[in-house]
Ligand binder design. Structure first.
Ligand code: HEC
Length: 129
């Protein structure tokens, strides 16, 4: 895992790599600036790069993680904030049998807001809202 992190961070300066943690300590909920609006087109790209390996194409799930386009994750049961916290802190397995989700490094609060926008759009198209 450490090798993967070094490889991912290698293309940036070390300081840039430190930003998620540094920002995280003064921003415990890992939220973007107030008024920041997510964009589902960017969200799809970010989802595909960071979440698809477990949560599947268009959030349909894989053998490694649950579908996010599922009534369990409707906005009343899992508010948008749960996405920020899941990415920053990881998730202890509680709804499914896939095991824990580890924190996903290198995904900023703004990135998560884009991703959440994309997932909400997929949920709406599936009649989940
Ligand atoms: C290595 C696999 C893996 C990756 C990569 C992954 N997840 Fe997860 N995620 C999981 C698993 C497994 C669970 C289910 C835990 C449980 O049993 O409730 C989960 C649960 C969640 C939840 C539910 C949180 C809650 O409060 O119950 C959200 C939201 C989520 N993931 C978002 C994301 C996003 C956004 C990304 C990409 C930035 C991502 N995940 C990447 C495996 C993964």
């Amino acid at each position: 895992m450490r090798n993967i992190l070094i490889a991912v961070c290698g293309s940036f300066t070390l300081a840039a790599c430190d930003v998620p943690d540094g920002a995280g300590s003064s921003n415990p909920l890992y939220l973007p600036p107030q008024g920041f609006v997510g964009d589902s087109v960017q969200g799809e790209l970010l989802f595909n790069a960071n979440c698809l390996s477990c949560h599947g194409a268009e959030g349909s799930g894989t053998q490694f993680g649950p579908p996010l386009v599922h009534d369990t994750y409707n906005p009343r049961h899992h508010a948008d904030l749960s996405f920020n916290l899941a990415v920053k802190n990881g998730v202890r397995s509680h709804h499914w049998q896939f095991g824990d989700m580890k924190p996903v490094p290198g995904v900023s609060p703004e990135d998560i807001t884009h991703i959440t926008q994309y997932v909400r759009e997929q949920q709406r198209m599936a009649g989940i809202n």
